[in-house]
Write a protein that binds this ligand. Structure first.
Ligand code: F6P
Ligand code: MN
Length: 333
């Protein structure tokens, strides 16, 4: 018989409060999944007519998913505060002042896929509340390595949830009949070698030379320096692209590029980079930002961006080498 999430959490070594929080977050994901599935029938598609702190148009589902996650996790009683990609400032729950955990989340990753019925997901990162912390942004600015747990759910052909409490990454599938998360991928392991990369090629002209060289070598296939043919996939939802890599290997990249030199990439460190990097590392992969491991980046702002290269170890190592050699000459593919 398959274990459900509750039984798995009991066996996981996580303390009771962390179990409670992860169960609440998983419950919120199940609820968001139901809204996603109903789509137009529940009137949840289209724009909410508002913008978020990143200046992006918010979809109705972005806002609903944010509210569901905030409410259900707050009700769990073990969360002192939460920060969301969709909220300018962290929300501190005054009535839960001494609670042990803080959470950061991206309520609906890959929003541009919502209205076209392509996979999207939710990402969460759990931190310990530093002693005495009860307000402001500072307590949230912890390195990725300090995360106590991370998880993402993906709303695709199946609704799945991948969780880590620092002892590997485990996958669950939502059983629509019972509403339970059943263990379907006990020990996720990213193959070290791959022939698949994931990058938005339309940005090629803006890339820096190490990424340009890396992709050039992949595209050269069997006859090129890598000696093998590569395939490419891009879902345009980080959760879905990284989930594919967690399942069968590959490398996912959203590198820093020349479009806006003030931003080190498009993806958010605290809501996307850190939790997904922890899950990837826990599945035996690697995650790098062009300079260091993403989990070692010192956060300075809640909504800060990060360059992302994560997945199969061999590919991340090739990218590390390309960045270390730091080719300055202009390169074209
Ligand atoms: O959250 C940002 C995001 O939607 C990611 O999920 C995804 O990987 C990326 O943006 C897609 O960006 P683009 O539209 O530039 O391909
Ligand atoms: Mn996102």
């Amino acid at each position: 018989m398959r274990r459900d999430l509750e039984a798995w959490l009991k066996d996981s070594g996580a303390g009771e409060d962390l179990q409670t929080l992860l169960l609440a977050a998983a419950g919120a994901c199940a609820k968001i999944s139901a809204l996603v599935r109903a789509g137009e029938l529940a009137g949840v598609l289209g724009s909410a007519g508002t913008g978020n702190v990143q200046g992006e148009v918010q979809k109705t589902l972005d806002v609903l998913a944010n509210d569901v996650m905030l409410k259900m996790c707050r009700d769990a009683g073990v969360l002192a505060g939460a920060a969301s990609e969709e909220e300018d400032e962290p929300v501190w729950f005054g009535d839960r002042a001494g609670a042990p955990y803080l959470m950061l989340f991206d309520p609906l990753d890959g929003s541009s896929n919502i209205d076209v019925n392509v996979s999207i997901g939710t990402i969460i990162s759990v931190l310990e509340r530093p002693d005495g912390a009860g307000s402001g942004v500072g307590p949230f600015l912890q390195k990725g390595r300090q995360q106590k747990a991370a998880a993402y759910s993906v709303y695709g052909p199946q609704t799945q949830l991948i969780v880590t409490v620092g002892k590997g990454a485990t996958g669950f599938t939502l059983d629509a009949e019972s509403g339970r998360w059943l263990e379907t991928a006990p020990k996720m392991a990213i193959p070290e070698a791959t022939r698949e990369f994931s990058i938005n090629m339309s940005n090629m002209r803006h890339w820096e030379s190490p990424v340009m060289l890396y992709i050039r070598d992949c595209l050269a296939g069997k006859q090129g320096p890598r000696g093998k043919d590569f395939n490419m996939r891009w879902v345009a939802a980080m959760v879905a692209d990284v989930h594919r890599i967690m399942s069968r290997g590959g490398v996912f990249m959203y590198p820093r590029d020349a479009r806006d030199p003030s931003k080190p990439g498009k993806l958010r460190l605290m809501y996307e980079g850190n939790p997904m990097s922890l899950l990837v590392e826990q599945a035996g992969g690697a995650a790098f930002n062009g300079i260091e491991d993403i989990l070692d980046v010192e956060p300075t702002e809640l909504h800060q961006r990060v360059a992302v290269m994560m997945g199969s170890k061999e590919e991340v190592d090739v990218l590390r080498k390309a960045h270390a050699e730091k080719v300055d000459a202009a390169v074209s593919v």
